[in-house]
Structures are given as C-alpha cells and as structure tokens.
Design a protein around this ligand. Structure first.
Ligand code: UDP
Length: 236
C-alpha cells in the first residue's frame, strides 16, 4: 500500500472506496482507524502517547484538505481527503446489507441514542448493538460492554486525543473501531455539517471554525502550514 509520511505520521494513500474496502477487511481481522487533521498532527508532535496511539492504527486516513495539501507540498501526494464521517457512513451502508452490528460511543448524554435511532432508520438492516455517552465512563467497564455486545464496528467519538488513546486500549479484536470526533453530534442531528458549497471548496474546516467559534484553530492550522513549508526537508 502506498503511504505518505507527514510530521512523523504515516498516512495510507487511498481513495474513499479503497478505504471502505480496507475497513471491511479489518472487520475480519480487527484493528482501528485514525483520521488525523492538522490539529491532531501538531498535537502528536508534542505528545508521545498520542503519536504512539496513532502509530498503532491499522489504517490512517487524511481527514481534511490541510493534510492533503501538506502531502502535496512534501511531494508525496495523497489521492484524496477522506472525511472520517463519510468513511464511517459508507462502512455502515455496507454493513447494513448483512445485518452488521454497530456500537456508538461518545458525545453528551442522549446524543448516541438519538444517533442510533437516525442511523437505524437511514440504514435499514443495521443493528445498533449498544450506545454509551462519552462522559463519566470507566475505560474497563466500557471496554467490557463493547466486547459483550459483539460489534462489527465501533464509532469512538470522544475528540482527540481521548479517542485515539481509548482505541489503543480497546485493542479491537475481530471488529473495527474508528475515531470520529463530533460525528455522533452530526448523526443525531444535534450539529450540522457544512453546506455542500463549503465542502466542495474544501473549506469545511473554515466553516466549522466560524460556526463553532473555535478561532484558536486558525493559529494551529497556520502553524501547521508554516512548519510544512519551512521545514520540508527535515520533517517527514
Ligand atoms: N466528547 C466526549 N467526551 C469527552 C470530550 C468530548 O464524548 O470527554 C465528545 C464531545 O461531546 C463531541 C466530541 O467528543 O461530541 C468532540 O467533538 P469535536 O467537535 O471537538 O471534535 P472534532 O470533530 O472537531 O474532532
């Protein structure tokens, strides 16, 4: 498999359909998927535990235009950005065909249950085998709960670095886990994705910063691009 290394994190150079196929294979063997964006890459530089958890993933895809741009600047172009939420949606559509089992973990109280109802309605045949909110849990208990429910696919929506560290501990065995940030908020209808217009322009990140008022992210993205541009030779 072609790969591209950015700030010490090795991405798999796949298109969305190829990533879906790889995820379906991983359900048989077990493994987790990480979806780093520029913020996660910058955090991983200063946090060895996060870098190790990302390194343990069976599949690493570029969630965002910034990572794809960086891969081009480093002359190891990734074929496409793969938003984690779209990858998860495609995997669930495939699983629905054979009555696959999905566990939803993360977000505020009630959000995972709301997302479960919406996903089951959208993907007929999909079995939501468990849900748990992302607050006030104990790692050991939730890991036991996940294994007891025998999922094919676990959506881990705790934000970074919690979700990567949790998946490393979970050690998915004959199922797939994926770190998906605020995706349950979107699946539940609590938060909307950027309109298609912004997504087509590769500006979903910009829309999210403005909408969620996370202005400090501008600085992180700026630092990320400066790091890539000025240290191209020694950062791969
Ligand atoms: N979250 C959680 N437990 C925590 C911290 C965060 O379940 O201890 C959830 C939070 O409610 C939200 C998601 O994790 O649903 C993080 O979303 P965010 O938009 O920050 O992540 P992004 O999508 O930007 O990676």
């Amino acid at each position: 498999m072609e790969q591209s290394t950015i700030l010490g994190v090795t991405f798999d150079a796949l298109t969305l359909p190829q990533a879906v196929a790889r995820c379906l294979e991983l359900i048989q063997h077990g493994g987790y998927v990480v979806t780093p964006n520029p913020e996660i890459l910058m955090a991983a530089r200063d946090t060895p535990e996060l870098k190790r958890a990302i390194g343990g993933a069976a599949l690493t895809v570029a969630d965002g235009a910034g990572v794809v741009l960086a891969s081009k600047l480093l002359s190891k172009p990734l074929p496409a950005k793969i938003p984690g939420i779209e990858l998860a949606e495609c995997v669930m559509a495939e699983l629905a065909k054979s009555g696959g089992r999905v566990f939803l973990f993360g977000a505020k109280d009630g959000v995972a249950e709301l997302a479960a109802a919406k996903l089951a309605e959208k993907h007929k045949g999909l079995i939501i085998c468990g849900t748990h909110s992302g607050y006030g849990y104990n790692d050991t208990d939730i890991i036991a709960d996940i294994y007891t429910n025998k999922p094919d696919f676990v959506l881990v929506c705790l934000g970074s670095p919690k979700q990567e560290l949790f998946m490393e501990k979970l050690k998915p065995d004959k199922f797939l886990a994926m770190g998906l940030g605020g995706s349950l908020d979107v699946f539940s209808g609590t938060v909307k994705r950027a309109p298609v217009f912004w997504r087509r322009l590769n500006l979903e990140w910009f829309w999210r910063i403005i909408k969620l008022k996370r202005f400090s992210r501008f600085l992180t993205i700026f630092k990320f691009l400066i790091t890539i541009i000025f240290h191209r030779k020694d950062i791969q």
